[in-house]
Design a protein around this ligand. Structure first.
Ligand code: UDP
Length: 354
């Protein structure tokens, strides 16, 4: 059965800007795979979104502020002429043309609006528990519309009191885009949005201690935070390579000996870890959030005590013990687009049957 699917992108940035973090890639991967399976897909996203060959309806308006910068008791914030509100107004108007709406935003409004829509809504929740208001509204939807809350990983869903009501989907990558590199150079890599919750300063510290050059890829989301790191570590062997499109990122990432993943927060299921494995690059990661589910200890990487730079340094010494082929193999077995497509399609179909 082919369905008509309306994808609602994140309102914190246009697609392709990097502001939306992993959600941007997750959305385009699911869209790509659903189109390949013959479903009809339309993506609703903020103005100036770019996505090669995917059908996008661009919506103007003010961007939403990222939820990860909020504290537990913060109220919901919606700016004047909100792009989030405008996107959902558009969805309301066209809903009759679609079988299912898929919400990719970690925002209160789409969850609140769910009972007001005639077309069913699936919510793919991209982060763990962050604020009380969000926890409350997600749980309300989970109870009122069973099966419509999707998450990426078990550690992520465990941050919610209603973990058992979440459908675990796990991300998938278009592995044909990522080339396996068996012979890396001498550098380490760090990939992601440059923002405090990502803890990049620990990777920089590890580079300084070991003297091994660190290549950094990603959008500088928090400029003062990045400037402070550059001031604190003026002589660390780091090279900022910018925010690269996937094909260029994978090429440079593949040349690296390992990827350092240093989150301060519970990452749901970071795409950068899966992309790294797809290139054959082992992971050295804090044992936190989805990374604890992804890293196969001693086989595709090492889990390090959270916030321990010493732990990172120690693990780096053992990088050569990892068989890069095993890393690529893990990506092929667990994170292929096809496997993700099966899980996601099954989720959609269950919701539509109700
Ligand atoms: N990314 C990219 N180019 C870069 C660095 C990062 O396209 O130079 C993308 C990467 O592919 C990933 C996203 O940025 O999809 C980061 O997402 P992740 O899930 O790791 O973390 P989030 O930002 O969602 O917390």
């Amino acid at each position: 059965m082919h369905h008509k699917l309306l994808f609602m992108s994140t309102p914190i940035g246009s697609l392709g800007s990097g502001l939306g973090g992993g959600v941007e890639l997750t959305l385009s991967n699911i869209a790509k795979e659903m189109l390949r399976r013959g479903h009809e897909v339309k993506i609703v996203a903020p103005q100036r979104s770019i996505s090669n060959s995917l059908p996008i309806k661009e919506i103007p308006g003010e961007l939403q502020i990222p939820a990860q910068n909020q504290t537990r008791t913060d109220p919901i914030f919606i700016p004047k002429n909100s792009v989030l509100a405008n996107m959902w107004d558009y969805a309301r108007q066209v809903q009759a043309n679609y079988d299912l709406i898929i919400n990719f935003a970690y925002d209160w409004l789409p969850l609140y609006l769910t009972p007001f829509f005639n077309t069913p809504i699936a919510h793919l929740i991209s982060m763990g528990s962050l604020t009380d208001t969000m926890d409350h509204i997600i749980e309300q939807v989970a109870n009122q519309f069973p099966g419509t809350i999707g998450v990426h990983g078990k550690t992520q869903s465990a941050t919610f009191t209603f973990a058992d009501k979440c459908k675990c989907l796990v991300n998938g990558m278009d592995l044909s885009v990522y080339q396996f590199c068996s012979q890396p150079g001498s550098c380490l890599a760090w990939v992601g949005r440059i923002a405090p919750e990502k803890g990049i300063e620990d990777a920089v510290a590890a580079a300084k201690i070991t003297g091994i050059p660190l290549k950094i890829f990603g959008l500088i989301q928090d400029v003062p935070y990045w400037e402070k790191i550059c001031q604190d570590y003026p002589d660390a062997p780091i090279e900022y390579r910018g925010f690269l499109p996937t094909d260029e990122l994978q090429q440079e990432l593949g040349q690296c000996r390992g990827l350092l993943v240093t989150p301060r927060w519970i990452e749901a299921y970071p795409n950068v870890a899966l992309e790294s494995l797809a290139c054959g690059v082992p992971l050295i990661s804090y044992r936190r959030g989805g990374l604890a589910e992804i890293v196969q200890e001693g086989k595709t990487g090492f889990l390090v005590e959270p916030d321990s730079v010493e732990g990172l340094v120690e693990a780096i010494k053992h990088l050569d013990e990892i068989d890069r082929q095993a890393c690529r193999q893990q990506a092929e077995t667990l994170y292929s687009l096809e496997a993700m497509g099966d899980r996601t399609e099954e989720w959609f179909q269950k919701i539509l049957k109700k």
